[in-house]
Design a protein around this ligand. Structure first.
Ligand SMILES: NC(=O)c1ccc[n+]([C@@H]2O[C@H](COP(=O)([O-])OP(=O)(O)OC[C@H]3O[C@@H](n4cnc5c(N)ncnc54)[C@H](O)[C@@H]3O)[C@@H](O)[C@H]2O)c1
Length: 357
């Protein structure tokens, strides 16, 4: 698959590196409003374009990666669909639910694949967690407990990261949305939302520094999620799933998976831990980016296979609907906190299920 990249900043550069590592994908085009950034990421093998529209229309671009600040995701993704191009859009999908809906609608009408950059689904410990839950090893699923931590303004490169007009919110839309998506990936969709937010550390108005969500699915499985920009130990997250026959936990960083299986409630525990020494040593030598690039490469290989009609997808790749739902959950968390009452979400319409080809 021939990819064109719009937005050659810090994360766009990792996407470009992941495309280049693939044996089946190629980076053919780059646009960034900062031409120097575009030239640097394009290197010798990709062409630098003078406008996003000319890149989207280019014959040697099959799919567009959109890695700009989030307020530009909608117009670029809609233009990609209208020009018959598949798209990978970075998280958060867009600052408003309405923009996310329009993006799903455009991709659906064009019958083009739209995926959202929930690449943590491809981290080895998270794949293991999801597969353990789906295998039924934990018994009947009871609840999921999750945490998404970051040290906030101490570590942001630009003010747009904490501008709610651009990001759509605060900690929950930034690092939190990855883990929110991972919880849905493990336990299915959320239907009831209760939330609270706090903002007494960074004092950023509508961009909360801590968000707390209690989410419930149609089977009564409960998820608790805490997303924060005040985790002074730095970037880390975990997702834990508890069933009536055991529990499993995926953690990063460092990458770790652990499960405890009990034959019956309170029975003797059988514990298994995976430490991923290869990933840990590689990160120590070459940086955390290597883990991200590996996940992005796998995600984009799945994307390319699915877009060209192969059936290699194992249900890992996120869809536009996942991006839309995650933003609906974020906004419902905020609204619930203000109203101090739970909010019920409608089921996602099946009409919008994307049929890639
Ligand atoms: N999946 C992940 O784990 C992950 C991690 C970090 C960032 N992100 C997401 O990736 C996206 C980009 O983040 P980043 O960290 O690379 O930001 P960044 O600020 O480093 O880069 C953004 C780039 O977009 C360019 N740009 C801005 N407006 C543009 C426009 N209208 N058209 C074309 N280019 C434009 C800027 O010049 C800059 O080079 C955001 O949506 C962010 O949330 C995802």
């Amino acid at each position: 698959m021939r990819f064109g990249l719009i937005g050659a900043g810090a994360f766009g550069a990792l996407r470009a590196a992941a495309v280049r590592k693939s044996t089946t994908n190629r980076l053919t085009a780059v646009f960034d409003q900062a031409q120097e950034a575009a030239r640097s990421v394009a290197g010798k093998d990709a062409k630098v374009f003078a406008s996003p529209q000319s890149l989207i229309e280019a014959d040697d671009v099959d799919a567009v990666i959109i890695s700009t600040p989030p307020q530009f995701h909608e117009p670029l993704a809609v233009a990609a669909a209208k020009n018959g191009k598949h798209a990978i859009v970075e998280k958060p999908m867009a600052p408003t639910v309405e923009a996310c809906r329009r993006m799903v609608q455009a991709a659906t009408e064009a019958k083009k694949l739209l995926t959202i950059g929930f690449n943590h689904r491809y981290f080895p410990a998270l794949k293991m967690l999801r597969d353990t839950v789906s295998s039924g090893e934990l018994g009947k699923l009871s609840h999921v407990r999750a945490f998404a931590g970051h040290n906030g303004l101490a570590n942001f490169r630009a003010p747009w990261f904490y501008d709610p007009e651009i990001q759509g919110g605060g900690a929950l839309t930034d690092n939190g949305i990855h883990v929110l998506d991972l919880c849905r990936y493990v336990m299915g969709d959320f239907r009831e939302i209760y939330g609270q937010t706090r903002n007494n550390v960074w004092e950023l108005g509508e961009a909360e520094d801590n968000a707390f969500g209690l989410f419930r699915n149609d089977d009564g499985v409960v998820c608790s999620l805490h997303a924060t920009w005040t985790e002074w130990k730095g970037y880390r997250f975990h997702v834990e799933a508890y069933g009536d026959r055991g529990m499993a936990r995926a953690y990063y960083a460092p990458m770790q998976f652990m499960k405890i299986i009990v034959g019956k409630p309170g029975g003797p525990p059988k514990r298994t831990t995976n430490y991923y020494p290869g990933a840990i040593i590689r990160e120590k030598l070459k940086g955390w980016q290597t883990t991200t690039i590996a996940a992005l490469q796998e995600e984009m290989d799945d994307f390319a296979a699915l877009a060209s009609g192969e059936t290699r997808d194992k249900g890992r790749l996120s869809t536009g609907q996942d991006g839309l739902r995650s933003m609906e959950v974020v906004k419902a968390t905020y609204a619930s906190g203000k109203a101090v009452q739970a909010i019920k979400l409608d089921p996602l319409p099946e009409l919008w299920e994307i049929t890639p080809r």
